[in-house]
Design a protein around this ligand. Structure first.
Ligand code: AMP
Length: 218
């Protein structure tokens, strides 16, 4: 099973990815998380990645493509993974297409009003990348990670000013991908579905699972 999660920042890609990964027992690859981990490696990489992320801009296509390619080739991801946050540009999608046969694209559609609500309440467990939301998906203990009990924090790029740039990058660079995937769907290269992501985490999850179970058999 090869699933691609598409949607604006704050549409719930990360949350749904984690749930789907548990439900279908398949690993997930989160582009943002890979970049955050990669930035711990050396000063030069750290400053390049942090600059981009903290400005709300996308990193260079070839930079992220190389990192993702390495992950996909790993044994545990062979032919089964959920991609969260990749591809984000047509260039990235074309490169991915050369290496794997895509199967499902789940596009989470959400209103701008809800994006802002979701992002401003988001909390993250830095070392694992697990995400929570103060209201919609709170941790069991206030401000603590459910598994380790370690303190949760806010992502620097979840600041209101940076969100505006992230949304602008999404509109400019990622939304053209929607038509690209629709065309791939018509050619039967992938199954593309749009899900109303203005609903609760549980409702969205149920819809995605239903769709995948129904179409995975065909
Ligand atoms: P995310 O955790 O998915 O919200 O990603 C956080 C940030 O990482 C984005 O705002 C970008 O700066 C960078 N990033 C994540 N995925 C990609 C990608 N596929 N292409 C380029 N930059 C990315």
């Amino acid at each position: 099973m090869r699933i691609i999660m598409l949607g604006a920042p704050g549409s719930g890609k990360g949350t749904q990815t984690q749930l789907l990964s548990k439900y279908f027992y398949i690993p997930f690859i989160s582009a943002g998380e890979i970049l955050r981990q990669e930035s711990k490696k050396n000063e030069k990489t750290k400053s390049y990645i942090e600059n981009k992320i903290n400005q709300g801009k996308l990193v260079n296509n070839s930079f992220i493509i190389n990192l993702i390619k390495k992950k996909i080739k790993k044994k545990n991801c062979f032919n089964k993974f959920i991609l969260d946050g990749f591809p984000r540009t047509i260039k990235q999608a074309e490169s991915l297409k050369k290496h794997i046969k895509m199967q499902f694209v789940i596009h989470l559609k959400i209103s701008t009003h809800n994006i802002l609500n979701r992002i401003t309440g988001r909390l993250i467990h830095t070392s694992s990348g697990r995400t929570y939301h103060k209201t919609f998906n709170p941790p069991k203990r206030k401000n603590k990670d459910d598994l380790t009990g370690e303190l949760l924090s806010k992502r620097k790029d979840d600041d209101k000013k940076i969100i505006i740039t992230r949304l602008e990058e999404y509109r400019k660079l990622t939304t053209p991908l929607i038509d690209w995937f629709k065309k791939e769907d018509l050619k039967q290269n992938v199954k593309y579905i749009e899900i109303n992501a203005n609903k609760s985490i549980h409702e969205i999850n149920k819809k995605i699972i239903l769709y995948i179970n129904k179409n995975n058999k065909k």
